[in-house]
Write a protein that binds this ligand. Structure first.
Ligand code: 4AD
Ligand code: MG
Length: 455
């Protein structure tokens, strides 16, 4: 009974949404396949499902470019093959109408992908109701306003596939190296990164924030799992309209017990070079299309202490005082002079968050490192954490925070503390760097920035 009602309802919905069939033969005779697979089926009758990309009718023949997630194919629709009624209906279709097409695959060296499809039947799943708003010569405003449509473009679909692959490679690499993925909350009660602003959230009758980093929660998890990572959004309410800032970005964070600062640098280097090498080997052709110059990073990465960097900058005519944080201009100069990527280490404690371990040999600097590339700047930030209860408490107070807000974090130093280190990687910054994208906003499907919160 339930099934019967469902079928009747489905039929009614189909009628309402204007689904109609334009075919001669039965639809289930053909082999269903993706467009990228067509070359394997020359001479066979196949069925593809896709969206109308371009249509060009000359007399009694129409050339359609149909796209699916895997590629584009040219479909030749002849009036005498599909019949007059179907041909006329098809000719009125607007861009992005969704179609199911059956036909025979033919070899054609001139066609994109080396094949074309001779249509025998055509079903419109849903016709586009209006003219598609995204055409050639898009203005940036349109791209952001119609982001939900822009991600259908070839370029965005290529970027999104690469993004998906890169995150998988990171995950697999970490899991193969004994790490556990841990999920941390997005709604939190205190800051981790002093310098960066937080988004406030009304949380029932309390005040809460969107997390800037999951680091503290990963630190908690090392006492259970020892080697952990997470890959989830971090939120920054910074008012910076630059090519490298998002308000919500995907943050790959790694934390490990019994790992000291030098081990951390080696670890980061290993992970990043291995992952990028695998990514490059897998997608060389696509990466080269975006960034012909890109070369996978080589180990060891260059290293320079903050103090040496200040000297280098002064010698190159930059007026910078020891103790001031490095900005974009300084990072650019360092990356250009030394080559990239480069670790800048041992920052003054006053420009780093309170949790960083002071260098036992020179407590005015901390055991922290940023990995710098150009033009995306800092792609990772991390270091060894303070593991001593008293020292952490003092640093929290010295930095102007209320220890009560961090009592759970302090607890981690009360019960069997161990030396530990970790870092966070800005996923979109790395992807945008590898692909040489004009802005980090192209490295994420739905960017959030100071000016973009829709769609
Ligand atoms: O340097 P950050 O602020 O460090 C942390 O949050 C540490 N708690 C991470 C850790 O040790 N677990 O951020 C880490 C990285 C930066 O190096 C940068 O690549 C990226 O996150 N990042 C941003 N990416 C895009 N948009 C922004 N607004 C970003 N802010 C930081
Ligand atoms: Mg940082």
């Amino acid at each position: 009974m339930f099934l019967l009602v469902s079928f009747i309802l489905l039929g009614a919905v189909r009628k309402m949404t204007g689904q109609y069939k334009m075919e001669k033969g039965a639809i289930n005779e053909a082999l269903e396949c993706k467009i990228s697979e067509l070359e394997k089926f020359i001479g066979r009758r196949v069925r593809i499902r896709g969206w109308l990309y371009v249509k060009n009718t000359v007399g009694k023949i129409s050339f359609l470019r149909i796209r699916d997630s895997s590629g584009i194919v040219q479909v030749v629709v002849k009036k005498d093959k599909v019949g007059e009624e179907i041909f006329e209906k098809m000719d009125k279709l607007k861009r992005e109408s969704s179609l199911i097409i059956e036909g025979v695959v033919k070899k054609d060296e001139r066609a994109p992908g080396g094949v074309e499809l001779g249509a025998e039947s055509l079903t419109v799943q849903s016709p586009s109701l209006e003219d598609y708003p995204l055409r050639k010569n898009l203005s940036p405003n349109l791209v952001w306003k119609y982001r939900h449509l822009f991600i259908r473009s070839r370029i965005m679909s290529m970027i999104l596939k690469l993004r998906s692959s890169l995150s998988n490679i990171f995950r697999n690499w970490l899991i193969e190296h004994g790490f556990f993925e841990v999920d941390a909350p997005s709604i939190v009660t205190a800051a981790t990164e002093g310098g960066a602003k937080m988004f406030e959230v009304k949380y029932f009758d309390k005040k809460a924030f969107l997390t800037q980093s999951s680091q503290f929660y990963l630190e908690g998890a090392i006492f259970s799992l020892e080697k952990v990572f997470c890959f989830q959004p971090s939120f920054r309410a910074e008012e910076s309209k630059t090519r490298r800032h998002l308000s919500e970005y995907w943050h790959l964070e790694v934390e490990a017990s019994n790992m000291d600062f030098q081990q951390l640098l080696h670890f980061e280097e290993d992970m990043i070079t291995s992952v990028i090498r695998e990514f490059y080997d897998k997608h060389k052709d696509e990466i080269k299309r975006f960034n012909p110059e890109f070369k996978p990073f080589e180990k060891p990465f260059k290293r320079i202490t903050y103090t040496q960097a200040v000297e280098l900058l002064k010698n190159n005519g930059v007026a910078i005082e020891w103790g001031k944080d490095l900005g974009v201009r300084e990072e650019k100069m360092i990356a250009t002079i030394l080559g990239q990527p480069v670790f800048i280490t041992h920052y003054p404690r006053q420009v780093r968050a309170f949790y960083h371990m002071p260098d036992p040999e020179n407590p005015s600097v901390v055991l922290s490192a940023d990995l710098i590339v150009w033009p995306y700047g800092e792609i990772t930030g991390g270091g060894q954490r303070i593991d001593d209860y008293k020292m952490l408490l003092e640093r929290i107070i010295e930095s102007g925070y209320n220890p009560d807000d961090y009592s759970w974090y302090l607890d981690l130093r009360k019960y069997g503390s161990v030396p530990h280190s970790g870092f966070g990687l800005g996923f979109e910054r790395l992807l945008a760097h590898i692909l040489n994208l004009p802005s980090i906003k192209y490295a994420i499907p739905y960017p959030r920035t100071q000016t973009i919160v829709y769609p």
